[in-house]
Design a protein around this ligand. Structure first.
Ligand SMILES: *Cc1c(COP(=O)(O)O)cnc(C)c1O
Length: 424
């Protein structure tokens, strides 16, 4: 059952009316359901436990989807590791209690400082995305007197059939190393003083709605592992990445059990430890962004609902033309007549539009709207554009709800700038 539903005429998250949370903590406001996060994570754990031996897999939640430490802590207590893409995310994961041995570090542009921190923290593995990065890791490991476990993130050149801005596994994307040049790099890595090339990693994109591209990528990875072993590389880990899609508009996403079935059939026979990096499929439907209507502006042939959340709070519509369902927090009467509205934010950009021509029962100033499926790539992508403070975040658990990140203070944004003395 969904953890967000109408009950007694109002929209609730778990046992709490969203209006109650908005009144207490103001808007724009992100709310996350602990129960939904738990259910989503357990769906992976359960499916994996059914087909793989205990302790041969780690679900490393991709923190960039939603890096709030309350979320990370909750998932950590359920057994999650973390996939991080910056030193900052590594710090968040560690501080939230995720064990260092369950952290993988991905990303194309890791700095020397970030690599040194990863080496020092003795994380599960660094996913290497280029030959020069490997040199940096080796130097850092030698300096620290250790060998660092690395996986090469290979680019299998498959079409993930998703939005062009979130596909990553084509040869023209900036991610990973070309699968054809991987064997030579592993040979080189094997002889490097600070490197233990123990893994292979892949991540072909995000919001994938079909299983076929995963199957194709996994097959290419399995073939590569065979080739690497034949040349004397000791491959102990395969990281299959993330990318499972979620329904934003009633679509049917791939079934987790079937996805895990691919891992069982194609990857498990290699006898490796399997790492998964799901992000969106764990956090997306666990979150909503609450926004209050500030003005109803009636134009010649348009009605605008101007809300207090903007593209700086939820960037996906502006960035990817993404669709988010929007629900009024007061349940519309059955058969209520509807009117067409454009739901827009206050930011000075035309792309600051959440929806155009949305059918809603007559509504206006003061109404509370829930922008759905906003738990992933929502708050984590927020900015202070237009000097708007980062929104507050709340975690709901049953009848309890608490701030897990206070609203940023406008004074703090303004106070951060410095006017150099030589200007005056
Ligand atoms: C973003 C990302 C993920 C998570 O992708 P989702 O689509 O959110 O599951 C996993 N691995 C890597 C390397 C990523 O960059």
């Amino acid at each position: 059952m969904s953890t967000i539903a109408y009950k007694n005429g109002v929209l609730q998250m778990e046992d709490v009316p969203l209006e109650k949370i908005a009144q207490k903590h103001g808007t724009p406001l992100y709310c996350y359901s602990a129960r939904q996060l738990t259910d989503n994570f357990r769906a992976y754990q359960t499916a994996l436990k059914d087909v793989l031996p205990q302790d041969t897999f780690t679900v490393c939640y991709a923190c960039k989807a939603n890096g709030n430490q309350a979320v990370l802590h909750l998932l950590g207590t359920l057994g999650a590791g973390a996939d991080v893409v910056s030193g900052g995310e590594m710090l968040r994961a560690l501080k939230a209690g995720i064990p260092h041995g369950k952290i993988v570090f991905s990303g194309v542009g890791k700095t020397a400082e970030e690599i040194e921190a990863a080496v020092k923290n003795d994380i599960l593995q660094i996913n290497v995305e280029s030959a020069p990065e490997l040199e940096r890791i080796s130097a850092a490991a030698v300096k620290a007197g250790t060998k660092t476990r690395v996986a090469f993130r290979v680019n299998p050149d498959v079409d993930a059939d998703t939005h062009e801005k979130i596909t990553t596994g084509r040869s023209e994307n900036k991610f990973g190393i070309d699968i054809k040049s991987a064997p030579a790099l592993y040979r080189k890595a094997k002889d490097m003083a600070g490197i233990a090339p123990t893994g292979v990693a892949v991540h072909i994109g995000s919001q994938l709605m079909k299983l076929a591209p995963f199957a194709e990528a996994f097959k290419r990875i399995a073939a590569l592992v065979g080739e690497l072993r034949a040349q004397g590389n000791d491959i102990a880990t395969v990281d299959v990445g993330g990318g499972l899609g979620v329904p934003y508009q009633g679509e049917t996403p791939p079934d987790i059990k079937k996805y895990v079935g691919l891992i069982r059939d194609i990857i498990a026979p290699l006898g490796v430890h399997v790492v998964l990096e799901p992000g969106r499929s764990i956090a997306a439907d666990a979150g909503v962004l609450l926004a209050r209507v500030q003005y109803l502006k009636e134009g010649d042939n348009k009605r605008f609902l101007i809300v207090d959340a903007g593209m700086n709070d939820l960037m996906r519509p502006a960035l990817y033309d993404a669709y988010h369902a929007i629900l009024p927090c007061v349940e519309p009467a059955p058969n209520a007549a509807t009117v067409k509205y454009d739901v827009v934010g206050p930011v000075c950009e035309t792309s600051d539009t959440f929806r155009t021509n949305m059918e809603l029962p007559q509504t206006g100033q003061g109404a509370l709207l829930a922008i759905m499926t906003a738990g992933a790539y929502g708050a984590s992508m927020a900015s202070t554009y237009n000097t708007r403070p980062l929104p507050a975040e709340v975690l709901v658990g049953g009848a309890a709800f608490d701030i897990v990140r206070p609203r940023q203070r406008t004074e703090d944004i303004v106070a951060a700038d410095v006017i150099p003395a030589w200007l005056s």
